[in-house]
Design a protein around this ligand. Structure first.
Ligand code: R5P
Length: 319
């Protein structure tokens, strides 16, 4: 086959991202810059500001030819406003006949993914279905309702669920010769699979609390931990109120762990969760920069580069 013929053959391009556009919002500038550098694309900033009445003003830069531009946006903190900003951006792209490959490292509203009481709104499904309609792929990390690494189609959309498991476990191995990996909750077990010595704790859920927080269910944590004198690394998808980690920290301490480190992909740290974890006996707390916090020691940019650099999932490109 001659050179000319080869030019018209199509195949997956591997790490070639020629012709792609990378948009980013102010909330994701720190991620977009290294992504742009690694992918050899000049990232384009989306301008976001607030009108005096607090409504959002959004301006997406110049039109580009990429039918599926990459869009990097953080949806936490301020998830409600951030989702609204996203809605405005995606509608502008739709007007241009573009559907984004959305990169949102932490996907909010993912915890409410099944109905327990009649009439409860499954917000994970609603947000997922809405995003799916306007996006070509949703690239996220350790999504609460997917619970495994890989690509998944659900609620009408395509999700690429990347995982920080490798870097969380690597952190444990770098800091201890024989780390004991503990899942504080069965749901996040897949994150601990690479651990040599590991235990899984079980969250037992009870009835609903009364009063203002009546939507929250009681839970207690149970499980056997043979960790006397050992360094324990608790690995979970997220730390929100810290309740799950605090129960596991206490159990590990009671079982005689020499050191307890809480590792998670996403650190939301609601209402001083970090301080309460320290009070419960955590020696260290480490999360990724999916959400930027003072505990974000692990950088997810290489994971995103590996996925985005592998070319568009649904498109063969001419070479
Ligand atoms: C539970 O299913 C998750 O894996 C986390 O354990 C949970 O979301 C953490 O939430 P919190 O910090 O509020 O206990």
């Amino acid at each position: 086959m001659g050179q000319g013929q080869r030019l018209f053959r199509t195949r997956r391009l591997g790490r070639d991202v020629r012709g792609r556009t990378l948009f980013y919002t102010p909330a994701a500038e720190d991620l977009a810059k290294p992504l742009g550098k690694a992918l050899n694309i000049e990232p384009l900033a989306i301008y976001i500001n607030q009108f005096p009445d607090s409504e959002w003003y959004v301006r997406v830069p110049e039109e580009t030819a990429d039918p599926n531009p990459m869009l990097v946006h953080r949806l936490f903190p301020n998830q409600n406003d951030s989702l609204l900003q996203l809605m405005l951006i995606l509608s502008e792209l739709a007007d241009r006949n573009q559907k984004a490959q959305l990169v949102t490292p932490y996907l909010p509203y993912a915890k409410m993914h099944k109905k327990v009481q009649p009439g409860e709104v499954v917000s994970a499904k609603m947000v997922g279905a809405w995003l799916s309609r306007w996006t070509d792929e949703i690239v996220t990390l350790d999504c609460h309702f997917i619970k495994r690494e890989g690509t998944v189609s659900m609620w009408g959309g395509n999700y690429a669920n990347l995982s920080a498991a490798g870097m969380l476990l690597a952190y444990a191995r770098e800091h201890s010769k024989e780390p004991v990996i503990v899942s504080p909750d069965e749901g996040a077990q897949y994150l601990a699979e690479g651990g040599k010595e590991r235990f899984t704790l079980k969250k037992v859920r009870g009835g609903y609390e009364q009063g203002a927080s009546g939507f929250q269910r009681y839970s207690k944590t149970e499980g056997r931990l043979d960790v006397a004198g050992k360094a324990v690394y608790l690995v979970d998808d997220m730390i929100a109120t810290g309740g799950t980690m605090i129960k596991a920290i206490s159990l590990a301490k009671e079982a005689g762990a020499s050191r307890v480190v809480a590792l998670a992909t996403h650190g939301l740290f609601v209402g001083g969760a970090d301080l309460r974890m320290a009070e419960a006996g955590a020696d260290r707390v480490v999360v990724t920069n999916s959400i930027v916090t003072r505990y974000s020691e692990l950088d997810i940019a290489p994971l995103l580069v590996a996925h985005l650099g592998a070319g568009h999932p649904n498109r063969d490109e001419a070479v």
